[in-house]
Write a protein that binds this ligand. Structure first.
Ligand SMILES: Cc1cc2nc3c(=O)[nH]c(=O)nc-3n(C[C@H](O)[C@H](O)[C@H](O)COP(=O)(O)O)c2cc1C
Length: 169
């Protein structure tokens, strides 16, 4: 049962680390985990299920490897494909743009007709505004290793359990 491909972009290693945690918890359901800097459009298009991780940089922008890959998403058809998102940011230092990149990626995936799963409640987070809030919830799992690293393991476990249920994994 190898169904999920996980792609991440990570500048200092935080998003990469969470990608590994998610993969560990999904076990046999994971086909592979890959840095988006060495991924192709075909890698994404050929997946049965996608999990995409992105950190936010430069005041609300995509992490640089995602930034480079992003234009290629314009030509991709994700019709009906389940896609779950997770994002890393700093909810105190960048309280007005917390995890914005996850929102940028969300809107692109919706444009590509992907079926986004794994929405996550905003309760218990301290931030002012976030471009990753869609209809009152995060459009994926939001994490903050700088200030709330002690909550990451619990949040990941809760979210992976939820996504498993939504995807029937
Ligand atoms: C220069 C700089 C700009 C950042 N900009 C944002 C931002 O706009 N929004 C946010 O939520 N986090 C921001 N962050 C925090 C990073 O997203 C956070 O450190 C994240 O864990 C980095 O993950 P990575 O190592 O996987 O790239 C910024 C960090 C730095 C150093």
């Amino acid at each position: 049962m190898a169904r999920v491909r996980i792609f991440y972009g990570s500048t200092t290693g935080n998003t990469e680390e969470v990608a590994s945690m998610i993969a560990d918890q999904l076990g046999d359901a994971v086909e592979y985990v890959r840095d988006i800097s060495s991924a192709s459009v075909e890698d994404l298009a050929g997946a049965e299920t996608l999990i995409l991780g992105v950190s936010t940089w430069d005041d609300g922008q995509l992490q640089q490897d995602w930034e480079r890959f992003f234009p290629q998403l314009d030509g991709i058809d994700l019709e009906g494909k389940p896609v779950a998102l997770f994002g890393l940011g700093n909810s105190y230092g960048f309280s007005g743009q917390y995890c914005d990149a996850m929102g940028i990626l969300y809107r692109k995936i919706v444009q590509c007709c992907g079926n986004v799963v794994g929405f996550w409640p905003r309760d218990g987070y301290a931030f002012k505004t976030s471009g990753a809030i869609v209809d009152g919830r995060f459009c994926g799992l939001a994490l903050d290793q700088e200030n709330e690293g002690d909550k990451t393991a619990g949040r990941v476990t809760g979210w992976v359990g939820q996504v498993r249920g939504e995807l029937g994994l």
